[in-house]
Write a protein that binds this ligand. Structure first.
Ligand code: CP3
Length: 356
């Protein structure tokens, strides 16, 4: 592409994609982790009629639920409504949701790992690919980008071995110590399936990818280096040729950021434990996403204004995508989300940077 054409394309690209590409934008784009879900009455109305899997496996319902928060709040990005567990049933794993994932037969032996299938790319989630193209056509008028996502291999393994949500995932951590070779064999398979799952989403039209490593923070640095880093690197590198920005999310990982910074990603989503300006030097010129504590949205609008402004100020000095540090609480008042969006939109980053 010639320079003039490239400059034009950049200037007209959606705010969210510009920020992911490292631009220090005048306003920070905002989207919200788990923006479609149980805090929205319109989601609950659909949920009363369908199970979670029915919603995820119906392209029409997926599209509808994905668009609900966009219509209500006009956010800067949509995230396709699905789950990190979606690619696992085609591997031969039975999963129910109540509301978190429950694995019928948790993986606790090498024999079970050997029995897991590696499905073809198009076989993993054809319903999701259809949903993505439906959503893209609905979003074309507003030019709102669509995010695809998947779970990082170690986080998927955590659920597969533990079997359900847990406070400290003891079964999983015991397995990792007792059966390191089997754990690596499982991670290898999950890496391959994750690559196929994410590539299928991009080919169907997802314009950015977020890799959720929600449970990476359970581990010390050496364990992360052995069981997470190489697999995350492989998944992210396998998307390189598709030219979509890659966001890596880890929770409770303040002690791991210097290692996480080695990953090939354009942006890093961080939780609320450290301010963005403390984290920024670790990631150099790459984009930071975050990092309002989701519990702030349960407080008054004044508190939301105060805390969100604090995050915005801390995010100055580099590219910033505003988000929560983790998923939104089901007890959030939707009006508080609308207020948050207003605060972020009203914050002129260039003007405030000049005053500081
Ligand atoms: O629209 C969007 O924002 C997409 C939403 C989304 C869901 N799951 C929908 C969902 C996303 C990004 C995910 C990813 C996911 N799923 C992660 C990574 C993100 C994170 O929070 O760290 C994880 C760990 C899972 C596994 C999972 N699925 C859990 C822990 C739960 C229970 C969540 C809860 O609210 O208690 C689920 C089920 C799930 N996934 C729901 C939703 C809306 C709740 C289903 C319901 O309505 O009952």
């Amino acid at each position: 592409m010639n320079a003039i054409l490239e400059a034009q394309t950049t200037a007209t690209a959606p705010l969210f994609l510009r920020a992911l590409n490292g631009e220090n934008t005048r306003t920070a784009p905002i989207w919200i982790m788990r923006q479609a879900g149980r805090y929205l009455p319109e989601y609950m109305a659909l949920k009363a009629r369908s199970s979670f899997w029915e919603m995820v496996r119906s392209p029409e319902l997926t599209a509808e639920v994905t668009l609900q928060p966009i219509r209500r709040f006009g956010l800067d990005a949509a995230i396709v409504f699905s789950d990190i567990m979606t690619p696992l049933p085609p591997m031969g794993v039975k999963i129910e949701f109540n509301p978190g994932p429950i694995i019928e037969n948790p993986i606790r032996t090498k024999t079970q790992i050997d029995a897991l299938r590696i499905p073809e790319e198009g076989e993993i989630a054809p319903f999701l690919e259809q949903a993505i193209s439906l959503i893209r056509s609905e979003l074309s008028s507003s030019d709102t980008p669509l995010i695809g996502f998947g779970g990082a291999p170690l986080t998927l393994a955590t659920y597969l071995i533990q079997g359900s949500n847990s406070k400290d995932y003891e079964e999983f951590r015991a397995f990792l110590r007792l059966e390191p070779a089997a754990t690596h064999a499982l991670l290898e398979k999950l890496t391959e399936v994750s690559i196929r799952y994410l590539r299928a989403q991009v080919k169907a039209g997802a314009q950015a990818i977020q890799l959720f490593d929600s449970w990476a923070g359970l581990h010390d640095e050496l364990t992360y280096r052995e069981f997470a880093l190489p697999y995350n690197r492989k998944v992210l590198a396998a998307l390189e040729d598709l030219n979509v920005p890659r966001i890596y999310l880890a929770i409770g990982c303040s002690h791991l950021y210097p290692v996480i910074a080695q990953l090939p990603a354009e942006a890093f989503s961080v939780d609320w434990r450290l301010p963005l300006n403390t984290i920024r030097p670790i990631f150099g010129t790459r984009t930071l996403q975050g990092n309002l504590d989701p519990s702030v949205l349960l407080a008054s609008k004044d508190t939301i204004t105060l805390e969100a402004t604090r995050v915005l100020k801390s995010g100055l000095g580099g590219a910033h995508v505003f988000n929560l540090g983790h998923g939104i609480s089901r007890f959030t008042n939707p009006d508080h989300v609308a207020h948050l969006v207003e605060v972020v939109r009203d914050f002129d980053r260039h003007e405030i940077q000049n005053l500081m």
